[in-house]
Design a protein around this ligand. Sequence first.
Ligand code: GP9
Ligand code: MN
Length: 630
Amino acid sequence: MDKVKTAISRLKLYWLAVLFLTIKSYILYKVGFNISSDNMLQEFILIINPLSSAVLFFAIALLFKNRLRNVMIVAFSFLATLVLYFNLLYYRFFTDFLTFPVLFQTSNLNDIGSSIVELTHFADLFLFVDIALLTFLIVAKKIPAVPRLKREPIILVSLAVVLFLANLSIAQAERPQLLSRSFDRELLVKNIGILNYHVYDGYIQSQSRAQRVFADSSDIVEVKNYSQAGHKDPDPELFGIAEDKNVVMISLESLQSFVINNTVNGEEVTPFLNELIEDSYYFENFYHQTAQGKTSDSEFIVDNSMFGRASGSVFFTHGGNDYNALPEILSNEGMHTSVMHANNKSFWNRDIMYQSLGYDQFFDVDSYEVTEENSVGWGLKDVDFFEQSIELLQSQPEPYLTKFITLTNHFPFELDEEDRMVDEFDSNSGTLNRYFPTVRYMDHAVERFFDEMKEAGMYEDTVFILYGDHYGISENHNRAMSMYLDKEEITPFDTVQLQRVPMIVHIPGHDKSETISTVGGQIDVKPTLMHLLGYSTRNDIQFGTDLFAPENESMAVLRNGSVITDDIVYTNNTCYDKEGEEIEMETCEPFVEKGMNDLEHSDRIIYGDLLRFFDSQEEMNLNPEDEDTE
Ligand code: GP9
Ligand code: MN
């Protein structure tokens, strides 16, 4: 016992650092990340989970020589705090934890300057108090410096391993298959601690790279069979209705369905879209399926009918893969395919990825005249963006498929006074309050665009597809959201339902319109559009279904494994009926299984770069003679 005592007092500085980091992590879990526990055991895991990494991490500092050792303990403490702090900032924006791929998306970080100010709080300084204290203790010689060491580092490393294994086994008992099937980063952080989570994430990332090396052409066969088994024939009435027409897709920044046909302070939030819906096919149960890659994920899902990655953005991590994307297929069929988006071309690695997706042209910020007056928040205002785009549209050979990506309705939802058409909401969340005026502005910008298309005589020959790219209001604003929606609280069921984004198919001259309640998601856009254009997708590799297909399964799988059908919502290990009442898990199980399978097969294609083994032009058979009238 005495030996242990001396060992501890010899390493006072070390143990203090371990203790501070552990306490700090726990406070951050509770205050910063709002991690809650269902029982005492979970809370216990939360308290002890930073320990093993702290013991190991500071043991490395002990390997340095003499006085450097003390400095290193403080330096390591600072480093660990930075990791925590960056996670906190990221969490405030995305309600999620950092991953390695996200860190390498540095080109994006330059652009989020305006958001960073919103994200830092004065109280954040408290995170660094212990570092100041440790420094003071050393400088004022209030604490013995760590002396020459003997076996301590080895003992401490072993202790860290033992602590980690103990932590892991308690966590595994609480949450079986924690490491093998986890799509949920919060669960990982909750169970093994934030630093261990980063190590695990690094391991997963390097493993996914190895998968490409070991994949070969036989791997594509199974995913092909899997995907094609889910094929559904199109609606014969709509098949080919857009043949030879131009296609305009509009990715509506951060637009969620809850504002559609809704009001703020008694005024309609999206008067134009509400009107457009009356004259269009509108999918009211359409979900975004994005994760950390946000807009880029939505683009990837829409263009490929495959899922983005569980972490990071596939635009960054697998920009060099072979794909069989919508723009490439249509370009091969003689359509001109392009994107218009007034941001730096390298944001989300778009310049590289768009080549892999087969876009013929990318009109980035350099194609637009951007001035102080016509900019707000992230850049060119939507009205000016659309206005300047008309000429660019006209410069293209027809028929074309052009995707517009709007920008003004982006966090932190800034707007010039002159562009404000409705007042802010009044709640404790400035973010939600500001959201309504910027959504209203975007709605106005789209209306102007439609008018301009009509004036230029380009409207009649065009089919329009409008969709929301991802949520704009994260779970951090649940309290304000419950106020707006007049609900007592936002349950996990509500959170899933809030992931609905509008999806509108507008065909000028077509005399039918309908609000369709089929459950679907962004992954369904590619087959839907291919069929409207008159191309068969029977032999494609895809994970979505034509939303108009009479036998559509009516189901959406979210990237975190949540599943929605006509009758159930599964999320967070809980099964709900459509009223939001908890029901027995059995009802959800087959859908959960199907969802997992979809995600896993899609991931295999990306990690293995399997589409390099798929000769689309030879295999797709887009216009099979016997299927002309499918
Ligand atoms: C940036 C724009 C916004 O070019 O697409 O990206 P987001 O932050 O929404 O992913
Ligand atoms: Mn976006």
